[in-house]
Write a protein that binds this ligand. Sequence first.
Ligand SMILES: Nc1ncnc2c1ncn2[C@@H]1O[C@H](COP(=O)(O)OP(=O)(O)OP(=O)(O)O)[C@@H](O)[C@H]1O
Ligand SMILES: [Mg+2]
Length: 300
Amino acid sequence: MLTIEEAFTKFRSRLELNEKEQANASSRQREIRAHMDTRFDVEHDFLTGSYARHTKTKPLKDVDIFCVLGEGERHYRKEAPSALLSAVEDALVDKYGRAAVKRQRRSVCVDFGVKPDADDKTDHRVVSFDVVPAFALGDCYEIPDLGALGGAGGWTKTDPRVHANKAIEAQKAYSSEWKGLVRMMKYWNNHHDKPIKPSFLIEVMALEVLHPPYGGERSRELQAFFATLAARIHETWSDPAGLGPPVSDVMDAAMRSSARMALLEAERAAAHAIDLARRGRQGDALRAWRELFGPLFPLS
Ligand SMILES: Nc1ncnc2c1ncn2[C@@H]1O[C@H](COP(=O)(O)OP(=O)(O)OP(=O)(O)O)[C@@H](O)[C@H]1O
Ligand SMILES: [Mg+2]
């Protein structure tokens, strides 16, 4: 039978991007860029966010594509952010249809109609893309932002390179286990109706709460990760690059309280699973971890 550590190694690799998924993401990237070119002056585009940092979980959804707009679109920068998001939305509706396109806070989501099966598999296809129109501003970018919790919104400055470098440093300091633990925590979050919002907040918190060195056992790392997230979910978490609004700005007090409850319950479930393994009940321990995380946690 699989040991718990072997199960976590398998789980970690199941949450990693594979070549087929990357090929599918590249072809969707080219398709979206080609269509955006017919409607906007696009200077260049790139895949970014957790996809580019290898902190995205599975099923592979909401891959971020930045479309950096040229001089021809600068007039939008003087308008309300909703004007640019609406223009991008209209353009994408023309290609993908009304039902597949949704305007969001800082992006427009295109759903490709891929439905994950009961085991969270998508046959290596990406479920959706988040199209983010952006303006270059020195070394960073400005993106439209409709705001959160009734806030005003505006133009958010963001620097994907700083976020990427911080993740690389954390990964290095944590014996190359940091990104895997972040993907697992995001997978848990999705499996429990997203108590933590946005899921980028998990990564931002992980930069502080996963203290190197790595302890050597994924099960204990995760138990402690759940406990520390619960203890600190009420804090304000700023943009690690120090440019945008706090990453925790979408969660009000009630949402933070229910996230805390969900995290404490997960911590207890993790403690129980660890105890089962300690008592030699390997099969029960594997099932307990799978129940906590979801179908991509292996039983064999
Ligand atoms: N408050 C913020 N200020 C500045 N930049 C931000 C902020 N929130 C998000 N970003 C940047 O935008 C990117 C895309 O945001 P998104 O919410 O999709 O997060 P993500 O890291 O891609 O996580 P997910 O796995 O949920 O897609 C982030 O990776 C980050 O680089
Ligand atoms: Mg994203």
